[in-house]
Design a protein around this ligand. Structure first.
Ligand code: NIG
Ligand code: FE
Length: 407
């Protein structure tokens, strides 16, 4: 019989989708087991018949489905303004690349974000984060990248830090200063890269405002050489890297990310086999962003079969941003990953749990129901995990548990 401490909580009569790859059933499903939580962590998963018949802190979940908390490992959640009129232009035949060249696109949001106060950005971000929390997200990545100068990148990252203080949800902040060439450097992108490497990265790292460096390697972003300058500045300070790569064309960005042992290569619609092989060698996660694919009406889908063949972990994220993915729903992103990219619902679930945790360097603590892992757990009024993404918008969430505490 299992020994329990008085402060332990015991959760029984549930169906556990552990997402643990060592549990060899679909979704790592375990029936007839109970969860014991202690000090914010999963203490044990034990067969029901090995439990004491009574314990003070017992929750009967009446057969409900229990999963790890969802993880959205790629968002641009903090920004000012919106780009509805640009979207309208696009539907009138102007391309994303043309709009960027005219100073629109990312730079339009940069203007709005520079003009906004920190409080205004905070209150906009709160509305967005509420939507993700409602869906069961317990860990969220937030990128800067709509500041493109040290003061505004800092303002965005401070908003992310305030969100982390205010909400029970955990936030992983990323510096995306190399998102676009700001208008004041339009004719001299190299000098902007120098500014990123010599001022923005070191100053904001010193302040502890982010935990990884990201960039946009693309014709409308930065080329391979410029991207490499950013990665080597990050590496010199021991900062993990990741990249928006191979989204609109194949430049070799995924191989570059892999050379720097990057956490993730994101978008990757145009990724080729050499890039997949490089990612597989470096343990880099492929982050699929079907919202942007859909909204940009792209045709080229990521090489899912190659990623499977090379056993590259695939994550799924919202990429929530005003220009290319204005969808603040991870359930919808999971659905789109299945419908547009052909993932199975089980792959989509791995994509928002253990693989998303890996994309954030937290695979040893998050994204699975497993002894020793953080007790960020969602209880669903559902029988099968596929129900959650099959019908986005219905949201059968029943209860959230952050670090072992019900909210
Ligand atoms: O992830 N690819 C670059 N960055 C964003 C788009 C940002 C924007 O257009 O505002 C993305 O899709
Ligand atoms: Fe993005």
């Amino acid at each position: 019989m299992r020994q329990l401490l008085p402060d332990d909580t015991l959760w029984r009569n549930l169906r556990l989708a552990t997402l643990d790859p060592d549990v060899h059933t679909p979704y790592g499903m375990l029936e007839g087991h109970a969860l014991i939580l202690r000090n914010g962590h999963i203490q044990a998963i034990v067969p029901e018949d090995a439990l004491p018949t009574s314990h003070g802190n017992t929750h009967d979940l009446q057969g409900r489905l229990v999963t790890p908390g969802l993880i959205d490992c790629h968002t641009h959640l903090v920004f000012g303004g919106n780009r509805a009129s640009e979207w309208e232009q696009r539907l009138n035949g102007v391309s994303y690349q043309q709009i960027s060249a005219q100073g629109g696109g990312i730079n339009a949001t940069v203007m709005a974000t520079r003009a906004a106060t920190e409080d205004a950005l905070f209150s906009l971000a709160q509305q967005r984060i509420d939507n993700l929390i409602r869906e069961g997200v317990t860990l969220l990545e937030i990128k800067s990248g709509y500041g493109l100068n040290v003061a505004t990148e800092e303002k965005i990252l401070r908003v992310a830090a305030r969100l982390a203080d205010k909400y029970p949800i955990e936030i992983s902040p990323t510096l995306l200063a190399a998102h676009a060439v700001p208008v004041e450097y339009r004719d001299d992108p190299e000098s902007y890269i120098t500014q990123v490497c010599e001022v923005i990265i070191p100053q904001l790292w010193e302040k502890g405002l982010f935990e990884a460096v990201d960039l946009f390697c693309e014709s409308v972003g930065f080329n391979l050489e410029q991207s490499e300058r950013v990665f080597s500045a990050a590496q010199a300070a021991n900062i993990p890297v990741k990249g928006h790569v191979e989204q609109l064309s194949l430049l070799g960005g995924a191989q570059l990310v892999s050379r720097y042992r990057g956490l993730s290569a994101d978008h990757i619609e145009y990724l080729d086999e050499a890039g997949v092989a490089a990612m597989s060698r470096s343990g880099t996660v492929g982050v699929l962003l079907p919202g942007a694919f859909y909204f940009l009406r792209e045709k080229q889908t990521p090489p899912i079969d190659l990623l499977r063949r090379y056993q590259v972990p695939m994550a799924v994220a919202t990429d929530f941003n005003p220009g290319t993915s204005p969808f603040i729903s991870l359930h919808l992103a999971m659905n789109m990953a299945c419908v547009q990219f052909g993932l199975t619902p089980e792959e989509a679930w791995a994509g928002v749990t253990r693989h998303a945790a890996q994309a954030l360097g937290r695979q040893a603590t998050h994204g699975q129901l497993k002894p020793g892992y953080v007790a960020d757990i969602i209880v669903w009024d559902a029988e099968h995990p596929a129900e959650i993404l099959y019908e986005p918008g219905r949201n059968p969430l029943y209860q959230r548990i952050y670090r072992g505490q019900r909210t």
